[in-house]
Design a protein around this ligand. Structure first.
Ligand code: DAT
Ligand code: MG
Length: 177
C-alpha cells in the first residue's frame, strides 16, 4: 500500500466564512495524518507558481486575485490513497455541481463566471456579457492536489523546511490493519 501526501488549502473564502474548523475536521475525522498546518498570506508569485498549469486559462487573473485576497490555511496530510480520497471529500470543482456530503457540495455555491452562477440560480437572463469571465471569482473554499506528484510538489512549494512534523498517531493501529 502506497502512502501518499497531499496539499490541502482552505482558500480565503473558507477562512473569511469561518469554515476552517469544519473543513479541517473532515480530513481529521477520516483518519489522515496531519503533517503540517499554518495560516498564511501568500504572494502573487507563489499563487501563480501553484496554479502554473492554468496560466493560459481566461479565469487565471481572477483566480490569482481570489487566492491572494486574504489568508489561507495550508495543510499537508498523509495516508494511504490520501490524494484521491481527499479529492472525493472535496467534491467537484464547480460547487453547484458538487455532490451533497462533499466539502464544496455542502459549503459553497459560487464558481467561475458571474453569468454561470446567476443563470444557474435563475437570477438573470443570458446577455452578451455571459461569455466573459469576471465579476465573481471561483470561490470553492478548498484546494486539494490532483496527483501524488503534485502533492509532493505543492507541499514543498508552500512549506519551508522544519514546518512539517514527523509523528505517530495514537489511533494508527485502529485505522490500518
Ligand atoms: P480543482 O480545484 O478542482 O483541482 P482545477 O485545478 O481545474 O480545479 O482549477 C483550479 C481552480 O481554478 C478551481 O478550484 C477554481 C478555478 N477554476 C477552474 N475552472 C474554472 C472555470 N471554468 N472558471 C472559473 N474558475 C475556474
Ligand atoms: Mg486542481
Amino acid at each position: 500500500e502506497q502512502v501518499d501526501q497531499t496539499y490541502i488549502m482552505i482558500k480565503p473564502d473558507g477562512v473569511q466564512r469561518g469554515l476552517v474548523g469544519e473543513i479541517i475536521s473532515r480530513f481529521e475525522k477520516k483518519g489522515f495524518l496531519l503533517k503540517g498546518l499554518k495560516l498564511f498570506e501568500c504572494t502573487k508569485e507563489l499563487a501563480e507558481e501553484h496554479y502554473k498549469d492554468l496560466r493560459e486559462k481566461p479565469f487565471f487573473p481572477k483566480l490569482i486575485d481570489y487566492i491572494t485576497s486574504g489568508p489561507v490555511v495550508c495543510m499537508a496530510w498523509e495516508g494511504v490513497g490520501v490524494v484521491a480520497s481527499a479529492r472525493k471529500l472535496i467534491g467537484a470543482t464547480n460547487p453547484l455541481q458538487a455532490e451533497p456530503g462533499t466539502i464544496r457540495g455542502d459549503l459553497a455555491i459560487q464558481t467561475g463566471s458571474f453569468s454561470e452562477v446567476v443563470f444557474a440560480l435563475g437570477l438573470l437572463k443570458p446577455c452578451k456579457e455571459s461569455h466573459s469571465y469576471g465579476k465573481l471569482s471561483c470561490r470553492n473554499v478548498v484546494h486539494g492536489s490532483d496527483s501524488p506528484e503534485n502533492g509532493l510538489r505543492e507541499i514543498e512549494l508552500w512549506f519551508k523546511e522544519g514546518e512539517l512534523c514527523q509523528w505517530t498517531q495514537i489511533q494508527a493501529p485502529w485505522l490500518r490493519e
